[in-house]
Design a protein around this ligand. Sequence first.
Ligand SMILES: Cc1cc2nc3c(=O)[nH]c(=O)nc-3n(C[C@H](O)[C@H](O)[C@H](O)COP(=O)(O)O)c2cc1C
Length: 210
Amino acid sequence: MKVLAINGSPRPHCNTATLLNYALEGAVSQGAETELVHLYDLDFKGCISCGACKEINGKSCGRCAVNDGLTPVLRKVEEVDALVLGSPIYFADVTGEMRSFMERLLFPALPYDTNHSRLIKTGLIYTMNQKEDVVKQIGWDLIFRLNEMITARKFGQSESLIVYDTILWDDYSKYVSMGVDVKAKAKTRKEEFPKDCQKAFDMGVRFAKR
Ligand SMILES: Cc1cc2nc3c(=O)[nH]c(=O)nc-3n(C[C@H](O)[C@H](O)[C@H](O)COP(=O)(O)O)c2cc1C
């Protein structure tokens, strides 16, 4: 049983990476082999629309043909039993790197049927500054549902863990951060973030169970 996690944050030790590590710890607790990949360590681009993955009878049909820093990661995905993608929300969407990764991962399989894909469990973990009620009021949560649909279409199963009201800076007094209620954020960090970490851990346990 292999579980791969992909960090779409430029920060290797902050909110998103912490949650991904909890998910992997959960998987390890069930005996899984795990790996965490930091997308910002890699040199790659998003889909270049070359069409090679769609070429009927082409040698790359159903597979991304671009050869760059992401290629080994896409090959790893073909061998794992579960995949967890984590990204901060940047301007109401996943980061550019995560978006580029998703294009390369997901476009080759669409609109092919599931014969082109191995069915595995997939999880999507998002972290963001905003609070849950505001996110829902603005309708940002549509993006979470769409990503869940697209990943489920390729891999057969997908679930999301959405983590709101995270801390961006350890010390907000050093940064321009108007409108941030620092005390309330510290409280959320202390009381809610550990619950989210537990949810990530539980996701890892579920994913690693046969
Ligand atoms: C460029 C940038 C854009 C951001 N845009 C949003 C946003 O649209 N909505 C939001 O709630 N948080 C936004 N944030 C805050 C991050 O999503 C949040 O702090 C996240 O938890 C950071 O994840 P990390 O600690 O793993 O890097 C933004 C942060 C940055 C640096």
